[in-house]
Ligand binder design. Sequence first.
Ligand code: ARG
Length: 484
Amino acid sequence: MPKEIAFASVTSEIGTLKRLLVHSPDSGLGKVVPSKAQDWLFEDIVHLDTIRRKEYDYYTKILLYFLDPEKIRGKLQQIDAPSANRNFYKPGHKDFFRSDKVIELQWLLEEILEDHEIRIKLLASVCAIEGCSHKKQEELNQYSPVDLAKIFISGTATDKSLLFPPIPNFIFTRDIGITINSHILLNKPAKKARTREALLMRYIFFHHPLFADLRENIIELPDTHQHFLLPKEGDDKKVTLEGGDVMVVSKDHVLIGVSERTSLEAAHQAVHALFEQNVVKKVSIVKIPKKRDYMHIDTVFTQVKRNVWVMLGHFSKKSIKKEDADIVQRILEGKKSENKIQVIQFRKKDLENPVYFDNLEDLLNDISRNDLGCDEKVRFIYSGNNEFPFDAREQWTDSCNVLALKEGVVLGYDRNDKTSTAFEKAGFAVVPVKELLEKLENGEITTDDIKDTMILMPSAELSRARGGFHCMSMPLLREPLSEK
Ligand SMILES: NC(=[NH2+])NCCC[C@H](N)C(=O)O
C-alpha cells in the first residue's frame, strides 16, 4: 500500500520542496507612494508590470516545474503568448494555474470568502482594523468572493478607488507562519504595515479545508499580561514574531532569531510552546543586532546543502579581512555588543544548562555535523565573496536569503555578482533561470539532472521590496532528508 503522504511537514531547510504558500505581486504593490514606502517597509517604489512579468513570473514557472510540472511542461509558449494576457498567473481568472503544490494565498482567501459566516466575520475584522465606516462595510459585502479577496489584499476596489492601504509585504509569505514538523506556528507581526496579513492568514489557517487536519496543531503565542501598557514598538517585552526568524534545521531542532522583528519575549514563549507540545527537542535562540539591514535571521544566513551555508562574513569568527589594514580597530569593533551575534541553545531534557555559541559558524557547523550527520567538511559561502564593500551591498539585496528547491539547488538574485562568484568557487553551477527553463522546456534536461546549482533570478524591482526567495516562500511540505 502506498504510504500516505502528509499535507504539511517540514523537518529541514533543504529537503526537496513539495508544497508551499506564495503570493504573487498584486496591484497594491503598484500603489506604494514614495512618502509611505518606508512605513510600508519597502525601500523604494516598484514598477508593477516589470516586477510581475519580468521577475516574479519566472519564480512561478520554476516553482511549478519543480513541484507541479503537469501544470506547465510543454505549455510555456501558450502560457506566455501575448494573447494569453498573463491570465495563467492571475488568481481569480479562469485560466489561473490553481496548484495545490504551489499554493497562492489569494486563491485560498477567495475560497473561504464563499462561506457566508466567515465572510461576515472577516469583513468586520478588516473594516475594524482599517477604520471603515458602517456604510463602507455594507458596500463591501456586495462584492463577489473573488473581488473581495482582491480588495482585502490590494486595498483597491474594482472601480480602482483606494479604500485602505495595500499590504505589499504579503508576497513575503515566509513571515506569516512557520511549518515546524506537522505544526504551524502563527506569527505576530512587529510592524503595523503587516497586521492585516496576519489577520487574513489566521482566517485561512483556521477555516480553509486544506488545513482541516492541522487545526489542532496550530500554535498561537499569547500576549504578555497587560501588553497594551507597554510603551513602544520594538519593546522586548512585547510578543512579536515573524517567520523570517524561524528556521527548522532538523526534525528536532529549530532556530529562532531575536531581531528587529522578533522579541525576546516571543522567543521565550516559543521555546516553552515547542517543548510543551513535543514539537522539537532543541531550540537555539540567535540574537542579531536590531537593525533594518538585518531584520530577520534569514537575511544573514540560509542553508544550501547539509554541509554548505551562505552567510554574511560580518558574523564570522574570522571577520578580520585582508583589506582591513587596521586590525586593532577591527577587533575592537567586533567586540562591540551591537555588532555581535549570540546563540543560546536550549535542550528540552536539560533546560537549565543551555549551550552557548559566540559566532554563527560554530552553530552552523554543529547543526551540519551533529543534527544532520555530515562527515564532509562544512563550508561557508560568504556574501559578496567576503570582500568589502560587496559583502554589505549584496547582503542588503538578499545574497544570504536563498531558497532551496532541493538539497544543493537554490534560487537567488542575479544582481549579487560577487556572491555568485563565491558559489562558483565553491563548486556550484550558476545558471540564469531563463536558460534553465528553455532547457527544461525543450527536453534537453529534467529537474532531476539539476544538481549543485544556484539559479539566478531577475531582481532589479523585487530587491527594492527588501526580501529574497527565502522570504517569498512558506514551505508546507519538504521531503525528509535521508538518514546519513
Ligand atoms: N523573511 C524575510 N527576511 N522577510 C523580508 C520582509 C521584507 C519586508 N519588506 C519587510 O520589511 O517586512
